[in-house]
Design a protein around this ligand. Structure first.
Ligand SMILES: [Fe+2]
Length: 498
């Protein structure tokens, strides 16, 4: 045989000797930040993994490989642009395991003014049955072509003991489409802990997920994947472990949270942990130590830091509070006059949205009906709740710099709760006095309407409306106020009620 022929034959034999890997799980996305993301998947053959990526689905010219030979892959990609869509494919040993136009991720926007952030939230969803599928299908139908920026799971993600096989059916086989495109964060539920009898983070939960313990996505590093924080588009998220981490005020989680919240300058703050501080659903926040301790030991810190929203599950229903502050006792001691900053329903179409303009207040949501329903206590509903529904479903959030809109979407696709929190603090972009008048610029929101007020001095407290009904015409609105002639004047812009 000719020497070249022998060489070609040898190369062919080598190629055929490589085992062909097939995809067993994912891909799924973790630890998204403005410039980085982690792409995870599982294969049947242990090899090194590579992610190819680029801003066009047809041109995946960048690549990042992991040197680790494994079946579980977590490839960290750095050097990305913020708020940018990247398409990707996963490979092992030159063989493509997954690719296509439906494989893409978006990096996090920075804290500056940006578009609305969509978050899908599932609690206690791990039943792996038609109810879980129905809740997912209802959300996908509701979302349509709207991209979901983040997905949050509130614990008990895989029944009954959080094994790897249960995670496969309850999470990876249940939500494959959204997991390929939307980074997932979670908090730890009691059922996630049943796979390991110790309190040593030996559960599959910690193998499956890769959380930012080192502050990779913003926030103060916690040094633990059990509790951590991250930033996304002007929203600060705090995920706590109410199941297996010490819940006392002198514990490490409490000390870290205090530091993290003190350093937080985000416009919105959302906390999540599994054991709801207020519930009368299938669990009772008056009786169970996990729930009582989270309420008594953590809510004072949460509320003092101005956290806007607390998301929990554990009870298999939907419960949503008024805008609250200062209720840390048993349900019988709840007094709306003392503990509700706003005792209305928070519905823009009802009593009106909650408004936080330098004022305190936190809304507490129990969204634990992502996979099944439970019973309720004899004294259901909890008096702190504005809305309580024994219905399967999920929570959907849309967050802009000035407003948070939430809905509870049930399994039939019906909106069964709606509330909004407004933060109408506006930021001026510039002010100038010219012969033509006073030119004002401020950051505005599409569809917004604004009123301009004037005062001779800040102490007078005598603000006079200069003009109102000013429509938003651009991300930075400009208004030339003619005929202004004052020795000095102060101006204030307000968002007009939606
Ligand atoms: Fe639970």
């Amino acid at each position: 045989m000719h020497p070249i022929g022998r060489l070609a034959l040898f190369a062919m034999a080598l190629a055929s000797a490589l085992p062909a890997a097939t995809l067993q799980r994912g891909p799924y996305l973790q630890r998204v930040a403005t410039g980085e993301i982690t792409v995870c998947w599982r294969s049947d053959v242990a090899q090194t993994g590579t992610v190819r990526y680029g801003t066009s689905p047809l041109v995946l010219t960048n690549l990042q490989s992991s040197a680790v030979v494994a079946t579980n892959h977590a490839v960290r990609i750095a050097g990305l642009q913020p708020a940018t869509t990247y398409y990707y494919a996963v490979e092992q040993e030159g063989q493509t395991l997954a690719s296509g136009a439906n494989l893409f991720f978006r990096t996090a926007p920075g804290p500056a003014y940006g578009p609305s952030v969509r978050i899908w939230i599932l609690g206690d969803s791990g039943t792996a049955n038609a109810y879980a599928k129905g809740v997912y299908d209802a959300y996908r139908s509701f979302a349509g072509s709207r991209h979901t920026d983040l997905m949050l799971m509130l614990g008990d993600n895989a029944y009954t003991t959080g094994t790897d096989a249960q995670y496969q059916t309850a999470v990876f086989a249940m939500y494959p489409e959204i997991l390929r495109q939307t980074p997932l964060f979670s908090c730890f539920g009691n059922h996630d802990g049943y796979a390991d009898p110790g309190m040593t983070q030996g559960e599959p939960y910690y193998d499956i997920f890769t959380f930012p313990a080192a502050g990779e996505c913003g926030g103060v590093p916690s040094g633990s994947e059990a509790y951590f924080s991250f930033d996304y588009g002007g929203i600060h998220f705090v995920s706590l472990d109410s199941a297996e981490t010490l819940r006392t005020t002198n514990g490490a989680m409490h000390a870290w949270l205090e530091q993290d919240l003190a350093a937080n300058t985000s416009r919105w703050t959302i906390a999540l942990w599994h054991h709801a501080p207020y519930t009368k659903g299938s669990h009772d926040s008056d009786d169970e130590a996990y729930l009582v301790q989270m309420r008594q030991n953590f809510l004072p810190l949460i509320e003092a830091a101005g956290v806007d929203l607390v998301l929990s599950g554990h009870s298999h229903d939907y419960e949503r509070s008024f805008l609250l502050q200062g209720h840390y006792g048993m349900s019988a001691t709840f007094d709306p006059l003392l503990h509700a900053v706003d005792g209305g329903d928070g519905d823009p179409l009802g009593d009106g949205a909650y408004v936080k303009s330098g004022t305190p207040g936190t809304v507490y949501v129990v969204a634990g009906s992502g996979g099944q329903l439970g019973g309720v206590q004899a004294d259901f509903p909890h008096p702190a709740m504005a809305v309580s529904r024994v219905e399967r479903g999920s929570l959907v959030l849309d967050i802009e710099p000035e407003r948070l809109d939430a809905i509870f979407l049930n399994i039939d696709g019906a909106v069964r709760d709606r509330f909004s929190i407004l933060k109408p603090e506006l930021r001026f972009a510039g002010i100038a006095a010219t012969n033509a008048g006073v030119s004002l610029q401020w950051y505005s929101r599409p569809g917004g309407s604004y009123a301009l007020w004037r005062a001779a001095n800040l102490q007078s407290n005598e603000w006079v409306m200069a003009t109102n009904g000013i429509p938003a015409t651009a991300p930075v609105n400009t208004l030339l106020l003619g005929g202004e002639s004052h020795p000095s004047a102060f101006y204030r812009v307000e968002v007009e009620a939606p």
